[in-house]
Design a protein around this ligand. Structure first.
Ligand SMILES: Cc1cc2nc3c(=O)[nH]c(=O)nc-3n(C[C@H](O)[C@H](O)[C@H](O)COP(=O)(O)OP(=O)(O)OC[C@H]3O[C@@H](n4cnc5c(N)ncnc54)[C@H](O)[C@@H]3O)c2cc1C
Ligand SMILES: *[C@@H]1O[C@H](CO)[C@@H](O)[C@H](O)[C@H]1NC(C)=O
Length: 433
């Protein structure tokens, strides 16, 4: 019989919950550390914003969630569930295809209750340190703080599930040190009011760089989107009379002007950075064995195991651009738990390190920038591989079809409907079938 391990899970968001369930199923002894007073991570809306709207001040008090008040999921609900625990249409909730964030939180609480996970969580307990006891001892120390009281405990294994949508990543803007206007990163965006009557430039290409400007445009004087995609031409958007699309910003000036590479130049009041986030693990002390370099967390075998410390240190929830995301995280958790139990033993340290290096070389050959190391490009290859490792079938036909029709829709840009940005990209129930 496999030994029962004492495992620390850090974080009680989707990754920590999926991990706790998978470890519990393998009969391990699990402690989940959660610094907040409730589970759900990103999905716990917090109206507070940080004192530094760009997140540069290292002494600021950190607010974990980047949710804004109006946020609905950007994946249809069929793609929001766990492997064997679908995000069904709730009787009491709304039946929109793209539910509001409150419903996701409710779903996660229900999940945690149904699998007896709540009692495993130590709330309001922040992990400040994770390190090996010493080089000869395979165990790990987890140092934590609760109510200003520090304590530490020894574990056989640690799974890091702290999320990666909290620390702002900012674009390089020539001249920004002299630019006199206001700035904010989307991490600190909650409601449109601060943008009332402002001329706003929104930088970014991700989902928040599409969603937030539309909301802002209802109150702002003008909204100018700036994208770094190479094929963008200056154009007026037909989703309101005050929105324009621009190319990348060339530079900004001390007189308040923002000049785009398309040659246009405007005097703006506010720059909103929807430029994504950086991985950040201040709690980890691994003597550089796992490091973050230009948003590559590495080396990590299959985005989970640092070869030198595997399998007792692992990361769940690192990859992004995955649809379905929750299912991918759930499969990571299941595989990690099987590896810890010896049901799915890893190849040798040398082999798994070679595998990571092969992946890095592949990226180099393809010219994929380092900071895209953990992007899954919405492919099924990785989750399907994980599923095969734990004896499950990969994503089913229905999931593939839903994803396909969803992305076709996004690509068609049909979500700009009647000059209105529809919540949830305007997808109707029947369009996903
Ligand atoms: C604006 C926004 C919109 C999104 N929309 C979608 C969507 O529509 N669909 C989708 O599938 N995904 C979406 N995502 C991705 C989302 O992050 C994932 O759905 C999911 O929340 C990731 O879960 P996680 O557990 O990895 O991280 P998180 O949800 O961030 O959870 C991490 C947890 O770890 C805790 N923690 C961190 N550090 C410590 C510490 N030192 N000690 C103790 N506890 C700690 C935190 O308090 C938190 O509870 C969105 C993300 C953002 C930012
Ligand atoms: C992982 O932890 C178990 C239990 O403490 C231990 O027996 C094993 O040697 C550890 N493995 C490594 C590679 O450190």
């Amino acid at each position: 019989m496999a030994p029962i391990l004492k495992v620390a899970v850090i974080g009680a968001g989707i990754s920590g919950l999926a991990t706790a369930r998978a470890l519990k199923r393998e009969a391990h002894q699990v402690v989940v550390y959660e610094k907040s007073d409730q589970l759900g991570g990103t999905w716990v809306y917090d109206p507070r914003v940080e004192s530094d709207p760009l997140g540069l001040d290292p002494n600021r008090e950190i607010v974990h969630s980047s949710l804004y008040r109006s946020l609905c999921t950007n994946l249809p609900r069929q793609l929001m569930g766990f492997v064997d625990y679908p995000f069904a249409i709730r009787e009491y909730g709304d039946s929109r295809n793209f539910p509001g964030h409150e419903e996701v939180l409710e779903f996660l609480n229900e999940f945690a209750r149904d699998f007896g996970l709540v009692e495993l969580i130590r709330f309001k307990t922040e992990v400040v340190l994770v390190e090996q006891v010493d080089l000869r001892n395979d165990q790990w120390i987890v140092g934590s703080r609760a109510n200003k009281v520090s304590s530490s405990e020894v574990f056989d294994a640690v799974v890091v599930c702290v999320g990666h949508y909290t620390q702002p990543r900012l674009a390089d803007l020539p001249g920004i040190e002299n630019w006199p206007g206001k700035q904010m990163h989307s991490h600190n965006y909650r409601v449109p009011e601060p943008f009332q009557d402002q001329i706003v430039v929104v930088i970014g290409d991700g989902p928040s760089a599409l969603d937030i400007p539309l909301e802002i445009s209802k109150v702002a004087k003008e909204v100018h989107l700036s994208s770094k995609s190479p094929d963008i031409k200056l154009s007026k958007l037909d989703c309101g009379d005050n929105m324009w699309q621009h190319s990348k910003i060339d530079h900004v000036d001390g007189n308040g002007e923002v000049t785009f590479q398309d040659g246009a130049s405007i005097r703006a009041d506010f720059i909103l950075h929807c430029t994504g986030f950086n991985y950040c693990f201040p709690l980890l002390k691994t003597e550089g064995i796992v490091a973050v370099d230009d948003n590559r967390v590495g080396p990590l075998y299959k985005h989970i195991f640092p070869p030198q410390l595997a399998p007792n240190l692992s990361f769940v929830g690192v990859p992004y651009r995955s649809a379905p995301l929750t299912m991918m995280i759930d499969l990571q958790a299941k595989w990690m738990a099987h590896v810890l139990s010896g049901k799915a033993p890893l190849p040798s340290k040398e082999e798994i390190l070679a595998d990571v290096q092969k992946y890095y070389r592949y990226m180099d050959d393809k010219g994929i920038p380092k900071h895209h190391t953990h992007s899954l490009w919405f492919e099924f290859e990785y989750p399907d591989w994980l599923a095969s490792q734990v004896g499950l079938a990969g994503a089913d036909e229905q999931t593939r079809l839903i994803k396909k029709s969803y992305f076709k829709f996004i690509a068609d840009k049909s979500f700009w409907r009647n000059g209105e940005w529809q919540l949830g990209y305007g997808l109707e129930e029947d369009e996903l079938r």
